[in-house]
Ligand binder design. Structure first.
Ligand SMILES: [Zn+2]
Length: 347
């Protein structure tokens, strides 16, 4: 029986030392010392059946074993408590001399950054910034910029006309503006030259949405009206503008046609993606068309109440997306609308 007690003691002590929490300790206590069926209790209960001389010896040893197990339980409990306190203290300890963790820093989207640069450059050149309605009348969007209802140029600006039901407006009178040129007349009607105005804003055209087209796009337009403004002012301003926004680029001009300018010129820059060798983006031309411009048509001045014999002016407009693509050398327009942080973090 003494051997059995010895085994029980060793078994219990080994288990107690391995325990990591109080619930387990309690289970072990019940397993060995439980009142009814504890392993040690059961052995002790059998002691009265022993021979008288054995009773005393075994009884004393059993009590020692019981005391050892109880002590071991207490010791382990105290040890676990101490460890817990140390862990908490360690977790709460702060070294105030360690440099802080730098939080991830966001930045402006390339389109926003490009627009901010355009606005800041325009302000340096003395332009004022004007904003205007995105829901516009046919009159300001088309007629006042010399695009009467029968103008074939209207075909290139398929428009979203708004349903006028419930208002006094007639069908075909209001639409989502197709360009920022609606602001030319609006500004000229209310202000006197000299005018230097930049209009950034959203425009809308009916289009098939694909990798390079959207029904909603951002463009900006600058115009200048004063006495004696000439084509050379236009060429000089646009050249400077493009070279400031896309450093190191080359600019060239081609004659073209727009209803609202006469003469009209398109500006091309050396393709920033292929450096002029020819690529898919520039359709192997080495140059890409970036901007439309021209001397404001006398009709437009007249429609806005300016005397074209006294005042002349020029206007230029370009798409913000195209500018951003060329500045950041992206070969796919979809990248600018990507939500993938791995793309956006590169700018
Ligand atoms: Zn190219």
């Amino acid at each position: 029986m003494q051997e059995k007690l010895l085994n029980l003691k060793n078994e219990a002590l080994a288990q107690i030392m391995a325990v990591r929490d109080n619930n387990e300790l309690e289970k072990i206590r019940v397993e060995y010392l439980g009142k009814n069926s504890g392993k040690l209790t059961l052995v002790i209960k059998k002691i009265p059946e022993l021979e008288p001389d054995q009773k005393v010896i075994v009884g004393r040893f059993a009590n020692e074993v019981k005391k050892m197990i109880e002590d071991a339980l207490e010791r382990q409990k105290a040890l676990l408590q101490k460890e817990r306190e140390e862990n908490i203290a360690e977790a709460e300890w702060i070294d105030v001399t360690i440099p802080g963790i730098r939080p991830p820093e966001g930045h402006l989207h390339p389109l926003t950054q490009t627009l901010a640069d355009v606005i800041s450059l325009s302000r340096r050149l003395g332009f004022q910034i004007a904003a205007g309605p995105e829901i516009e009348t046919d009159n300001y969007n088309f007629e006042k910029v010399n695009m009467p209802p029968d103008s074939p140029s209207r075909d290139t600006q398929a428009s979203f006309y708004l349903d006028p039901r419930g208002s006094k407006v007639q069908p075909g009178e209001i639409l989502l503006r197709t360009h920022t040129s609606n602001m030319q007349s609006r500004v000229m009607e209310k202000s006197k030259p000299p005018l230097r105005v930049l209009v950034p804003g959203k425009c809308y055209r009916v289009d098939d949405v694909d990798a390079s087209h959207n029904i909603e796009f951002y463009q900006f337009e600058g115009f200048v009206v004063d006495r004696g403004i000439s084509l050379t002012d236009l060429l000089g301003t646009v050249d400077y503008f493009l070279k400031e926004l896309i450093p190191g680029t080359e600019v060239k001009f081609y004659a073209t046609h727009f209803d609202f300018t006469e003469p009209s010129v398109e500006a091309y820059i050396r393709c920033t993606i292929c450096g002029g060798k020819g690529c898919a983006y520039c359709k192997n031309q080495g140059w890409s068309e970036v901007l439309g411009s021209g001397m404001i048509h006398p009709h437009v001045l007249k429609f806005a109440g300016m005397d074209p014999h006294i005042y002349t002016g020029f206007a230029f407009g370009m798409g913000l997306t195209r500018l951003a693509i060329l500045r950041y050398q992206l070969d796919d327009i979809r990248l600018l609308h990507s939500l993938d942080m791995r793309v956006l973090e590169q700018f």
